[in-house]
Design a protein. Structure first.
Lengths: 1096, 250
């Protein structure tokens, strides 16, 4: 039930009626201020004496006291800077940079510096971080669960407040919840409850998928139906058992979610509830960047002679040590993971004479400081890069010795940190590159069966000289002779291959990856590449010459700019390949990757393997996921040999945010019955968001919609239930790291404040704050889900409170990654324990109960003190001097980088039926999902977006301090275009497009939001391009009126300021209800739209 | 590693400088601020940090950053200029005060005695740098809704605005709508209350470009002493003879 306890800022608790605000905390504060010390007497003294008293008063600066400070992690954007929350009587009064964190000081001080010595030290954070208090203390934050008022429509803005208990009961049990007929709840949708049966069914589905013969596949489906004839009712469609159980009709979608919470969601959705559908938001940010990384990092599987999946990740530049950087569509002075940690290194570099260039249609603040600003045509990034690649290859300005290394053995011998497949031969068929040539195809190896040490038959591949290989291998030419490559064995023969091969080997026409690249780069002259990119030929030549003048200490740094195009995958790949040609990966000043301490306890010896501790049983969910990312169309029973599919499948990308809601709308591959969203701003953040609204508002397409949100936001305003969440200053999370941080780290977000009056709820007999975690614990209790409850982790090891999960993760991080514990942090001494406890004296017991916290790490005193040691520092940070070993980084990527991507080249684009291109290639931007050009008659301006330093996309509008700096969004337009259109600086303009000729969002229920804002005429933008900053133009999140229990919650006009123009962006003409997408890399397309701008 | 790591973050270096300066008698130290415009990236972290540190209400800003676009496409750039109080050695703002509420203190910082200030605002007009603003007693959360039990509401949300500032070493909680500094003229004071406990000004520690530098110009070993001897140093409106203690590196 809702507690009627009110937590006072002082940490005291008093009984008040939440509906009767007579006893407000203001009156309390006023009363308690009198206890503040000398101040109380001052009023009674004559003026002169007052002045003297002040003069003699000792310096009081309570914020400098370590017991008034809690170290945590920012979430005002996704950078994750360490913060120090300074408390005045339990109120967060100021936020500064956590001095232990490599994000805020460079170099960061020693990790073992006593916490009391850091009380007066602080590092730099950005204006959003400074304004974080206003996210926590936002008047519009909800403190009660809301239910859409029965009899009103979704999005109408009428709500009733209900108790947490009632809300959980309704979402679990369903019923006629809104007077619109029966709605299935979480219980009914979870048709499959037998975890053993799920495992058996899942195994059979895997067999169906792996069967290539269509008739045999059909037979396997029939066998499935026979074998499970008594349980077919648990399936979505028995004719297609691979759609999985009805459980899959519960889908969870998140916007910004970090470690910890992500692990809990995984446990709830997958292992406990048994649904396959949990999707992140990756593709709305820079998805194609992650998935280019995934394909370039595909791992060679020696036994299977094929590639396994790579890692969803990306590389960034080692900002501190690079001698020359080309920043492409990346803006580290305003965003980009992130300013506090990258800017000091960048300013230090250029003040000391190091050059950098910025390739961006807009003169960003970064570009303002650049040696060269290249205002490229949006979407032509790969053309520019291929111009550079052509010059580098033809002028032999690439690292031949590195690229020739073809396996681990040769890499080790050369002392390199990684190697590529540049020298591996690729078979060419009809002029097109396909798969790598395998040694057995040339007869270099023959398969033989032998017994392994357990007596099992295994296949090995044997060369004529008797050398055994673990599987069929790729081949390189070495001095013209084909040689099998034992890729992974460090003891095998090193293979240093010939480069630029183009010949016949045996019966096969072959080229190596580098030759394929050269030919792709030679599709155009450099002058032609420059023309395509809309730049001068000299731009390409000058950047190429500078880039190749610093050995391995030059790098191209890419981010959202090149990514969010229909050709994003290939733009990113082209720039990564520019880096690869000089071999800068894993080198100081080159391309590096993130490194974090294991928070899942998956290393030997770590105390709590939390993501595999489920008590007695748990689900292994199965079936095709709603976004069609986890299996391929061709493997599924939906495959009928025809293309295009109703909606695209994504064999490479996952977490395709723009597909979540349209897939629900089309019920493809199956209908969703319950959607739960978390920190998601789908209609606001996505291009073409108006189409998202249309579907979310439709109760027939989406019968039940539950949202976790801190206020009534652009997504949650269409929900049936909103569960209020804690802000980032009140909760747990593990923020992880970013690629440009060379140190191994983990950032620990932990509760720093409690909002006065915040309600507690009761789950599993425990009082915990109303929160995201409460939803899962509450539903799990009601449905008796595995992985939760008194034996949630193991017999006697409960998961009944939020910290039961998170503190185990803190303990894992504190323990480190060596089995013998030698990597663990020190135990907090008594003084540090005292500071830890006192700093949390204002937190209510439902948040901070030392006994319960200690119990969460198993009651072990030593582990508890180590956990305190980590929390006292806001995380764990590798020592400054440990980041590099010689010229290389210590925390290496360290393995195969695919210059040629066999895995991509063998993946099918289901909208065309053709395979994706597996190498660096220029493909024009802005094509439809079927690869057609889109006509933009009458719409001539190219619309792009950017970020200002003061805003982080969807969140930030509640921060009045930063709004004072940039009070509203605007449309940037070059003065030449403005003159042509008769637009003056400050004119109100409307933005229309072929996809949105009206230039408005249809918010449903008769409400419209015009796509209008003021023009800002500038010289700092490529002509023909218009740009707007993300973060403004809200129609919820406190911007518009809402009504709860008949009481009006008036919107704040400061939060309703223009401009949001995502709604004017180009929709895919084939699919109709979704933005353009990069079907390879998954990105939602922000930068390939043409618009008309008219004065209103 | 290819580059020798710098020994310390300049923030740490300056804090060490500061501690050394604090050991000297007040009249032997000379606080100055150096703004390296080459390193200022126009992020406004200083602006907001100052607002948060000193609990500044709407309309009161000690530390704005001005932005300017220069040139024509494609030969164009931007310039960012932070503009704190210049802490002039010859301040035009202090003589106009009818009640001597504003003066240069022992530290050479132009301060406002909130108890003496009558809010006449002559000094605002007198300052050639626009460094002074008036506290009308507004709050950022004013006008936001208050609906108990449903939303956090204005009365709880303004906790952070009502929390005390520590300006001039005293607690100024804005618990009401009238007490000082409401009704006073307010201005940058180099965060004297932080200097007192060995901390740099709030704008300085949060400067992500490390463009804001602070310290004792009389200490030849300090970071700032080295910088103000550079040939590329300038001060604003020097022709007025105000002798600012804020230097710009261009």
């Amino acid at each position: 039930m809702m507690s009627d306890k009110t937590h006072e800022a002082s940490g005291k608790t008093q009984e008040t009626n939440p509906l009767n605000p007579d006893v407000t905390r203001r009156t309390f504060l006023k009363a308690s201020a009198a206890v503040g010390g000398a101040a109380v007497f001052l009023g009674a003294l004559p003026e002169v004496q007052q002045a003297l008293a002040r003069l003699n008063a000792p310096a009081t600066y309570a914020l400098a006291d370590p017991t008034n400070q809690i170290y945590s992690v920012c979430l005002q954007c996704n950078t994750g800077c360490g913060i120090k929350v300074k408390l005045a009587d339990g109120v967060a009064a100021k936020i500064d940079g956590n001095p232990y964190s490599p994000w805020t000081l460079w170099p960061h001080p020693a990790y073992d510096t006593p916490v009391k010595d850091m009380a007066t030290v602080e590092g730099g954070i950005c204006p959003k971080g400074q304004a974080g208090l206003q996210t926590a203390y936002d008047p519009y934050r909800l403190v009660s669960v809301l239910k859409r008022q029965p009899g009103t429509k979704r999005g109408e803005g009428k709500w009733i407040a209900i108790s947490f208990e009632q809300a959980i009961d309704e979402v679990v049990n369903g019923g006629d919840l809104f007077g619109e007929g029966h709605v299935d709840g979480m219980k009914a949708v979870r048709a499959l409850t037998d975890t053993e049966l799920a495992k058996e069914m899942g195994a059979e589905v895997a067999l169906i998928w792996n069967e290539k013969d269509p008739d045999k596949k059909k037979a396997l489906v029939e066998e499935f139906k026979t074998k499970f004839k008594d349980h077919l009712d648990v399936l979505i469609d028995p004719a297609h058992p691979d759609l999985g159980p009805k459980n899959n009709q519960f889908m969870f979608v998140w916007g910004r979610m970090k470690g910890g919470r992500e692990d809990v969601v995984h446990r709830f959705v997958q292992e406990a509830y048994g649904s396959i559908n949990m999707n992140g938001h990756t593709t709305v940010c820079q998805g194609s960047l992650y998935f280019t990384g995934k394909q370039m990092s595909s791992k060679w599987n020696a036994a299977k002679s094929t590639f396994d999946s790579g890692d969803k990740f990306y590389w960034q530049v080692d900002t501190a040590n690079s001698e020359f950087v080309i920043y492409v569509g990346t803006n580290l002075f305003d965003s980009n993971y992130g300013p506090p940690q990258r800017v000091p290194k960048a300013t230090d570099a250029y003040i000391n004479g190091r050059k950098f260039a910025v390739v961006d249609p807009r003169l960003s603040k970064l570009a303002a400081k650049a040696w060269k600003w290249v205002p490229i045509k949006p979407g032509a990034d790969a053309a520019f890069a291929l111009g550079m690649i052509r010059w580098m290859l033809e002028n032999e300005k690439y690292h031949k010795d590195y690229l020739a290394i073809a396996n681990v053995a040769a890499q080790t011998a050369a002392g390199e940190p990684n190697y590529t497949n540049a020298a591996w031969l690729v078979k060419i068929k009809d002029g097109k590159p396909g798969k790598h040539l395998r040694a057995s195809e040339l007869g270099l190896l023959e398969a033989e069966t032998e017994k392994d040490k357990d007596g099992k038959d295994v296949t090995v591949y044997v060369a004529k000289d008797g050398t055994k290989y673990p599987g069929d291998t790729p081949v390189a030419l070495v001095e013209g002779k084909p040689i099998p490559i034992d890729v992974l064995d460090p003891e095998a023969a090193p293979v240093v291959g010939d480069l630029l091969v183009n010949q016949k080997v045996g019966d096969f026409e072959v080229k190596d990856g580098l030759q394929i690249l050269l030919e792709s780069a030679q599709e155009h002259t450099i002058a032609e590449w420059a023309e395509i990119a809309g730049v001068r030929e000299s731009d390409i030549l000058e950047l190429a010459a500078e880039f190749t003048s610093h050995g391995r200490k030059a790098a191209a740094d890419i981010h959202r700019g090149p990514s969010q195009h229909t050709n994003g995958f290939y733009n990113n790949n082209a720039w990564y390949v520019v880096n690869l040609l000089i071999g800068n990966f894993d080198y100081a000043g080159g391309s590096i990757k993130a490194s974090t301490y294991d928070r899942k306890g998956s290393k030997k010896g770590q105390p709590f393997p939390v993501t595999t501790m489920f008590g007695e049983h748990h689900f292994a969910p199965f079936g095709i996921d709603m976004l069609r990312t986890k299996t391929t169309y061709e493997k599924s029973t939906l495959f009928d040999g025809t293309y295009p599919t109703k909606r695209p499948w994504f064999p490479i990308a996952t977490d395709v945010y723009q597909e979540d809601v349209p897939s629900i709308g089309d019920a493809y591959p199956y209908p969703v019955k319950i959607l739960m969203t978390y920190m998601a701003a789908l209609p606001y953040s996505l291009p073409g968001g108006q189409k998202v609204i249309e579907i979310l508002a439709d109760t027939k397409k989406l019968p039940l919609f539950i949202a976790s949100d801190i206020m009534i936001g652009e997504t949650s305003m269409y929900a049936d239930y909103i569960f209020p969440d804690l802000s980032y200053l009140e909760r747990w999370e593990f923020h992880g790291s970013h690629p440009s941080v060379p140190w191994k780290v983990e950032n620990v977000r932990n509760p720093a404040i409690a909002i006065p009056g915040w309600p507690d709820v009761k789950v599993w007999g425990e009082d915990i704050p109303l929160s995201f975690e409460a939803i899962f614990l509450g539903i799990a209790e009601k449905l008796d889900l595995p992985g939760f409850g008194p034996n949630g982790f193991a017999a006697g090891l409960p998961y009944i409170r939020p910290e039961d999960f998170y503190l185990k993760q803190v303990a894992d991080i504190a323990f480190g990654e060596k089995e013998d514990g030698s990597d663990s942090v020190p135990e907090a001494d008594d003084e540090e324990v005292r500071i830890f406890m006192e700093a949390r004296r204002h937190l209510p017991k439902s948040v901070f109960d030392p006994d319960k916290w200690k119990a969460a790490v198993g009651g072990d005193e030593s582990l508890w003190r180590k956990a305190i040691y980590v929390m006292n520092r806001g995380g764990r940070y590798q020592a400054f001097e440990k980041a590099y070993k010689g010229a290389q980084v210590a925390n290496k990527y360290g393995r195969l980088i695919n210059l040629y991507q066999e895995k991509t080249a063998t993946s099918i684009n289901t909208m065309t039926g053709k395979p994706f291109v597996g190498y660096t290639k220029y493909i024009p931007a802005g094509l439809s999902s079927t690869g057609e050009e889109i006509k933009h008659d009458g719409y001539d301006l190219h619309l792009i977006t950017f970020k200002t330093m003061t805003m982080a996309k969807a969140r930030g509008i509640s921060n009045y301090w930063t709004l004072a700096v940039v009070p509203e969004g605007y449309l940037l337009i070059n003065s030449q275009d403005a003159a042509q259109l008769g637009i003056q600086d400050g004119d109100m303009v409307r933005i229309t497009s072929a996809s949105n000729p009206e230039g408005a969002y249809d918010l449903q229920n008769g409400k419209k939001q015009p796509i209008e804002g003021k023009a800002k005429v500038t010289e700092g933008l490529r002509t023909g391009v218009a740009a707007f900053p993300l973060g403004f133009g809200h129609w919820a999140s406190g911007a518009a009126d809402q009504e709860i229990n008949g009481q009006l919650i008036k919107g704040d006009p400061r939060r309703a300021v223009p401009l949001m123009a995502n709604g004017a962006m180009q929709l895919d003409p084939v699919l109709g209800n979704v933005t353009l997408s990069d079907l390879a890399g998954g990105s939602a397309v922000f930068y390939d739209s043409k618009v008309k701008v008219t004065k209103v | 590693m290819s580059d020798a790591p710098q020994k310390q973050d300049v923030l740490v270096q300056m804090q060490v400088d500061l501690k050394r300066a604090l050991e000297k008698p007040k009249d032997q130290r000379r606080w100055v601020m150096v703004l390296d415009l080459r390193k200022c990236v126009g992020c406004h972290a200083c602006t907001i940090s100052c607002v948060a540190e000193n609990k500044l209400p709407p309309g009161v800003v000690y530390r704005p950053v001005l932005e300017e676009e220069i040139g024509t496409y494609p030969n164009v750039t931007q310039r960012f200029m932070p503009r704190p109080c210049m802490q002039c050695d010859n301040p035009p703002c202090t003589p106009v005060c009818p009640v001597n509420a504003t003066y240069k203190n022992d530290d050479g910082v132009v301060v406002v005695d909130y108890d003496q200030c009558i809010g006449c605002r002559y000094c605002i007009t007198a300052c050639p740098y626009g460094a002074r603003t008036f506290d009308f007693g507004a709050t950022y959360t004013r006008g936001t809704p208050e609906v108990a039990g449903l939303i956090v509401g204005q009365q709880t949300a303004d906790d952070y605005e009502r929390a005390p500032s520590y300006e001039y070493g005293a607690e100024h909680a804005r618990t009401g709508d009238e007490e000082s500094p409401i009704g006073n003229v307010r201005k940058c004071h180099f965060c004297l209350h932080r200097l007192d406990v060995g901390m740099l000004p709030a704008c300085t520690t949060t400067c992500i470009g490390r463009a804001t530098l602070f310290g004792d110009a009389n200490d030849p070993d300090s970071v700032v002493a080295g910088l103000i001897a550079s040939p590329n140093v300038m001060r604003l409106k020097e022709d007025l003879g105000t002798e600012p203690r804020v230097y710009y590196l261009v």
